[in-house]
Design a binder for this molecule. Sequence first.
Ligand code: ACM
Ligand code: ZN
Length: 765
Amino acid sequence: MLACPTPVGVTFNPRAADPLFKNFHRAIRAVLALGLMLGASSVLAASVVTIIPKPQQMSVSDGHFVLDARTRIRAPHDKRGIEIANFLRAQILQQNGIRLRDSATGDDHRIVLQIDPAITGDEAYRLQITTQGIRITAAQDRGLFWGVQSLRQLLPLKSAAQVELPLVDIHDQPAFGYRGTMLDVSRHFYPVAFVKKQLDLLSYYKINTFHWHLTDDQGWRIEIKKYPRLTQVGAWRTEADGRRYGGFYTQAQIRDVVDYARQRNIMIIPEIEMPGHSTAALAAYPELSCTRQPLKVSTTWGVLKDIYCVGDDSTFTFLQNVIDEVIVLFPSPYVHIGGDEVPKDRWKVCASCQALMHAQGLKDEEGLQSYFIKRMHRYLESRGKTLIGWDEILEGGADKTAVIEVWRGDAEGNKALANGNRIINASPYYLDTAMAKLGTATMYRLDPAASFAAHRDQVLGAEAPLWSEYADPLNAETRLYPRLQAFAESLWTAGQRDDANYADFQRRLQAHYPQLDKLRVAYGAAESNVVDYTVALNAQRNGWQLRARHGLDGISNHYTVNGGEPDARSPGFLDSVDIRRPGIVKVAPYRDGRAYDHPQTFTLIGQLALGKPIRLGAPPKAPYNVATDQALLDGVLGGTDAEGGAWLGWQGTDMDATIDLGQPTSIHSIDARFLQDSESWILLPKRVLFSVSDDGQHWTTWHDGKLTADPEDIHASVRTVHFANPRSAKARYVRIDAVRYGALPPQHPGVGHEAWLFADEILIH
Ligand code: ACM
Ligand code: ZN
């Protein structure tokens, strides 16, 4: 998510979706529609039908169709018709162990797939099941395929000689034509098998677009034959611990995945980022940057300053050659060129960029960005493709034939619409958003067009992106599901987002979990993390307790206390476990014997002040005040994650903390730990003082030191201020004063706002 950091203290945050259901009239219509829908059918029978997304119109009758080895299938005799029939045949064989026969003669006991031009809508279909047979009709094969996916959701989850299907008559079509999910495979790489598994699931829920974010600062993931260094160099990075990390897709793999998606009614849109988020490409070909200096594939997140040089024509030659290979692989009418988060620092000081700016009569570097995007736009058009870009491509002006993917909120969407562009709304659906802020219910209730009523027909639909700074193949599914099921239904059945429908969705969702378990989908909890771990001092203050709060059933926790990596055979616990000794504790959740997430590490330190009374001059400020004051003396060290729970934060006040050791105590050393995380507006204090006293009135200063914070350093780090007492003198009271940095300086995006001061532990030995 640090593709756009969520700075502490920033009030505008497009990732914190507005959870309120805004469209009252639509809610009323939905209630009326629900009444009509069920009116003609048996309510009891309807409850056995658990299709997600819920069909627009459905009646259910008592009785059933028996599917068995006698059942035949007949489909249109064209390539796609045969393919769809084969898909259904394979799925039924796999799930029920029943082999459908091809249709020969006789009319009964058939599954018939048939094109019917009388049905209107690209993706519309009708599914009728009677005691005699099953009929799926649609105007186009896209609709036929969705009919097959609905039929699959009616099949029981068992192998048997015969299975029963409820009698339904479904008329169905989606409210929004663009129902997308994005996967960022640059920050973390996802193998082909993982991508295909997700395509299976997206298709099962009728999500019809997969946006593949293939390039970024941290890795270039698509083979380009003309530029082999893009993957030889750009696909690999050396992590801080020396590990080589990376991967890419060959063109053969891409073709295979694109075809796999096509068979499942999914269009894949490739994204090749430009002109920013291009460090991996520039590491491979530094001559494409303004400075032409060597660069490394980035191992950290954020918005990086080196971008393609717009002033050098060879940049365009390169990008056009790349596009030429990309469009051969992806039949989609769209190509996404990113365009987001483009710092102009390099262009401002690059002679050729400045020369171009003046030659073109452009006012500033925003004009250069617009020049860049328009030039790529024309190139794509010449190749018969439509450009998609993030909403920054409007800066400096964009052609109205571009499709704008809106991510920075409704204001950007309205700018695009006023300019005449079509939009895809992604702002409210960022799946890297914390579950507490964007749970399944919120995903369900959001209306992607709520703020764009005047231009409803320019809203193609919505997309839920998964940025992968903190997601990878091990834990990504916990972020995707069940939020994507809610998203899929919300886009399919616009207008039915009220409480009653959400309750009904939850009921149907329960029925899907056994199927997801069978497919080994590591889905998450609906409204919270799978598990939250905390460590606190125990009541006797002679050790700790490690606790797990579960959001999902069936999780067991396994841990180590010696710094080793836990696995499913490490000691386990359900809710809590006592930890007697200081050391490094690692804990991870498991389900059905397999790891559900990476281990979380806690560093526990014994010390003289463990659990002693502490008085704070100024209280820490919300939301960084949830840990108790005792957090500073609990022997639990925080990592560099400001949200990690170990840290207390102050803003606008200094920190002063007075500790009472209870009696005069020999002190060898004092340490205080502070966080620096400039992207989250957290800077080290300017000055730190340690003082001691015997009576709490008269103080002796032992340490008074200055610190320098670098607001331009985007790496989060912990700084320990250490004082070693050469004489090991005694004292009863210890006082820590930390003087805050103050206002953020001009070179910081939060200029003028107060920096935060974060502390997590005071250690006395
Ligand atoms: C984005 O999140 N930077 C599009
Ligand atoms: Zn340049």
